[in-house]
Design a protein. Sequence first.
Length: 496
Amino acid sequence: MTVAISHRINGKPWAGTASRHGDVFDPATGAVTGRVDLASSDVVDEAVAAAVAVASEWGSSSLARRAAVLFEFRRLMADHAADVAAIVCSEHGKVRDDAMGEVARGLDVVDFACGIPTLLKGGYSENVSTNVDTFSIQQPLGVVAGITPFNFPVMVPLWMFPIAVAAGNAFVLKPSERDPSAANFLAELMEEAGLPPGVLNVVHGDKEAVTRLVEHPDVAAVSFVGSTPVARFVYETATRHGKRAQALGGAKNHMVVLPDADMELAADAIVSAAYGSSGERCMAVSVVVAVGRAGDEVVARVRERAAALTVGSADAEGSDMGPLITREHRDRVESYIEAATEEGAAVVLDGRRHPVHGDPGGFWTGPSLVDGVTPDMSVYRDEIFGPVLSVARVGTYDEAVALVNRNPYGNGAAIFTNDGRAARRFQHEVLAGMVGINVAIPVPVSHYSFGGWKSSLFGDSHIYGADGVRFYTRTKVVTARWSDPGGVHLGFPPNM
């Protein structure tokens, strides 16, 4: 049965008729399970208009009311965690434990947003001049938008709209059209939690919807997570139209393994970080940089562990990895295995031959491990976004850091070592926005912020945490006097 999936605008399903649609697949079977409406510019305008109509009233609501809505949303999300995860499994294909983990990490940011009364505290200085006080306040921007990727259809939207709405903004969310249903469910839960209609709207679509959102004159800011080419487009287009933009792009995350590292710990971490969620994570480890004699041991241990992974559907007992999101993406990922061989690397483990516990029509590929990779190879250069792990070998720590820093991406980087001096050097010297020391996927907790460097981020602001609050608000500084001004003074006001 094919389910019709449409937009959610002003607190209810969209009542119009779409001229274009997209197929939504169950990646584990290859079957079309949904038909999603793709928004035209007019539909985007309708969603923005609904947000504009309520933005001022919501922005003037009390912090207590906003916090109460977020607390209730947090409760509903916890109660429905299994339901949300099931939606993710059905449209994305990730296994259940991974989907539940995604929900949990999203809830971490909701927890942070519940503290909005404290997060929006300003500063106050009395008597900056005689009988003059100065204070600062944070105010919402109005209408803001979020454009989110397929790989985390719950977590990434939860990085954005809870903080934006708690700060007093109205929000228009454009999730990936490949797995759209989770976004609608989140919006319904927000409404059940007491959010007024129009404060959170969901539109589904492709480039037409994205372009209209980033150009719309009533949208004050745009948050984006996705590939680097699209991140660059969103940032340049949005800023050209006078908006704030935070656009998080692609990644090629490196993990340096020094010879003194705990190899059991390192190998477990590598396999988890490289092949979890079938490699469809922007923080997945893509390249292991093995220093000196660490190389042979790393490759042997990773190969042993990866070969033992169970590839199967979310409802199959013991599945470690699910399918990829589409057939086309699966074929693209597998093309890098062939290219690596042609370019002189050694394919130690070929995921195309991995056994699968699932429907033969699913978009399956197993874990692949490629050794002897060099920076001129496509398997190293490109963001593959699948379960293909490269191993690059270098002789020294300095060579390892130089290799990491030459890469155009700077999302995350990690080092595994028992040498505190090397670890401290690495955290200082590596050019990446998020750094792990004996932690392979250094995604920050919610009261810090997520974001990369170089071609992994366009804009000055990271996402969620304190950066998120700053991004979705603007500062107003008030200088007040409540006494006789004491005559006319045409010079610049002195502080005295």
